[in-house]
Write a protein that binds this ligand. Structure first.
Ligand SMILES: NC(=O)C1=CN([C@@H]2O[C@H](COP(=O)(O)OP(=O)(O)OC[C@H]3O[C@@H](n4cnc5c(N)ncnc54)[C@H](OP(=O)(O)O)[C@@H]3O)[C@@H](O)[C@H]2O)[C@H](O)CC1
Ligand SMILES: [K+]
Length: 502
């Protein structure tokens, strides 16, 4: 159940299910019953419940939930955005089965123990304004906990954006599959706890849609996890090269090195300018050190040392030197992770970078945070769009996997696949955490994991490492959290496993 379906895709799934013999009203009956069941389980002490119903099928789910809650003994009032006669289709049928009076939707809610938000769901079509916006504001300031049906009203299910204003829910009950808007910020925050229920639509029906967006979970990438066999030596486990900054700027690269080493790369080499050698040498034990002052030196080392994945960007400085080194590295056969200064060095010259990426046949991952993303792609992408849309566009343009970092990190591949993560705790936003992430990605690429899966896996593992550690985390703690997480992914060698990316 890891696909994320946009409201449009969900409508197509609904239509397929209805065509296959599940009447819409039967789906709605199950949806409304699940909402009631969730409330009875999680808000068992609630006595007075107010259900707010909109004019569409989201409201229909609300009428059915109201009936079940009343049957369970709760005192239920229903406010409707429209009169019964104005309802159509399944929502009209659902309202018929609610025999008590309907109140007109207003801001006069009192202080019920619980409010059920069934105003707007997948059918949100424009910004919320006027009387409906006033109702949403009144709900948010009422102090009553809110259970949202499908989506908090006002949240765009495709993008997670607030359209005008939106409900802040304590819990959101959704059906069949989560939507991107449940994962992307700010939507995720407004959902509160998210509960997903089956309403009788089969996985085969969902498969027919061919969804390309996924929740970032181990099930998305675990099948591609690098294998370990006892008869392989360290060279079979890949060799990561990390380009470092000068004598006073090697910390970021060292974090990447530790991330790569802990992720299981057999060898890790710091590729450093000569001036940094005496600073780095005492700071490295397992990882090796090689001197590279120019793009030529880097290219030669990658070839001679059979380096299978290179990280460049953390601490390398912004400017001509890094630009040349990036272009040099992109011309090698190694998999490449471009981060930080490697991206910012192409600000205003993105076409240079994109030209090199487009003709490159090897795996490449770009890992911008929001600032780096917008600096690099300014003018090259549509002006408006969700983080998911923009990341997909960028991946297509760059012919590379793009990891758009943040609390809702998105990974997109040039073929259109995308993952969205929701497991990063707030304390992961700390200096150097991104450097460790580049190392984890490179460590997985070096062991032969494909780029989309490697970037998605790294994001999830990075978030899990931070969550496991807890508050007080600094980037230096992240690599040491990895072994206990990686343990659960170890799998035996298969004969068709790649030895390494080259
Ligand atoms: N498989 C499932 O997941 C099922 C989900 N169900 C529920 O159905 C809704 C989707 O129902 P739908 O009728 O398509 O849409 P909504 O009820 O969310 O909204 C449509 C009505 O809302 C009006 N609207 C739209 N935007 C606004 C706005 N900004 N302000 C005010 N009103 C708005 C719209 O009016 P129009 O004038 O635009 O026509 C509609 O009247 C889904 O979310 C689930 O809860 C089903 O139960 C079946 C299975
Ligand atoms: K809703």
């Amino acid at each position: 159940m890891i696909e994320l379906l946009t409201p449009t895709e969900m409508q197509r799934v609904d239509r397929l299910a209805i065509a296959d013999g599940s009447p819409g009203i039967a789906l709605m009956e199950r949806a409304g019953a699940q909402v009631a069941e969730a409330i009875l389980r999680h808000f068992a002490g609630a006595r007075d419940v107010l259900v707010l119903c909109g004019s569409g099928n989201n409201g229909g789910d609300g009428f059915i939930a109201a009936r079940h809650l009343a049957e369970a003994g709760m005192h239920v009032r229903v406010m409707s955005a429209v009169a019964r006669e104005a309802l159509a289709g399944d929502a009209a049928l659902a309202a018929q089965a609610w025999s008590a009076p309907l109140e007109r939707l207003s801001t006069d809610h009192g202080r019920p123990d619980l409010i059920v938000d069934a105003l707007l769901g997948a059918g949100l079509r424009r910004d919320v304004a006027g009387p409906l916006a006033a109702v949403i504001d009144a709900v948010n300031t009422s102090g009553s906990p809110v259970v949202a049906v499908d989506l908090p009203s006002g949240i765009d299910g495709a993008t997670g954006a607030i359209r005008g204003c939106a409900i802040q829910a304590r819990q959101t009950v959704t059906f069949v599959r989560c939507k991107p808007g449940h994962f992307l910020l700010p939507g995720r925050e407004l959902c509160g706890e998210r509960l997903l229920f089956d309403i009788g639509i089969s996985d085969a029906t969902v498969d027919e849609i061919g969804a390309g967006t996924f929740a970032n979970r181990p099930t998305l990438w675990q099948a591609h996890w690098p294998a370990i066999a006892h008869d392989r030596h360290k060279y079979d486990r890949g060799h990561v090269g990390v380009v470092t900054g000068g004598a006073t700027a090697t910390g970021a690269a060292r974090l990447a090195i530790r991330g790569a080493f802990r992720t299981g790369a057999g060898l890790v080499t710091a590729l450093a300018p000569a001036e940094a050698a005496f600073v780095l040498a005492p700071a490295l034990e397992g990882p090796m050190l090689r001197i590279a002052d120019t793009a030529d030196d880097l290219q030669k080392l990658v070839a001679e040392r059979k380096i299978s994945a290179v990280v460049i960007g953390p601490g390398t400085g912004v400017g001509e030197g890094t630009r040349k080194n990036v272009l040099g590295i992109l011309a090698t056969d190694a998999a490449v992770v471009l981060d930080a200064d490697a991206l910012t060095s192409f600000e205003g010259e993105a076409s240079l970078l994109l030209a090199a990426l487009r003709q490159r046949p090897r795996p490449t991952v770009l890992t911008p945070h929001a600032g780096e993303f917008h600096r690099l792609f300014r003018g090259l992408l549509p002006d408006a769009g969700s983080k998911l849309d923009l990341c997909r566009h960028a991946a297509r343009q760059a012919n590379a996997v793009v990891l758009f970092k943040g609390a809702d990190s998105v990974v997109a591949a040039p073929d259109g696949r995308a993952s969205i993560a929701d497991n990063a705790p707030p304390w992961l936003a700390t200096a150097g955490a991104g450097d460790v992430l580049t190392g984890i990605i490179a460590g997985l690429l070096a062991q032969g994991m494909p780029a989309f899966e490697a970037a998605s896996a790294a994001v999830w593992i990075h978030g899990k490492a931070a969550a496991d550690f807890g508050p007080g985390l600094i980037a230096e703690d992240l690599p040491d959290q990895l072994p206990s997480i990686l343990r659960s992914f170890v799998r035996p060698w298969r004969d068709d496993d790649p030895l390494r990316v080259d």
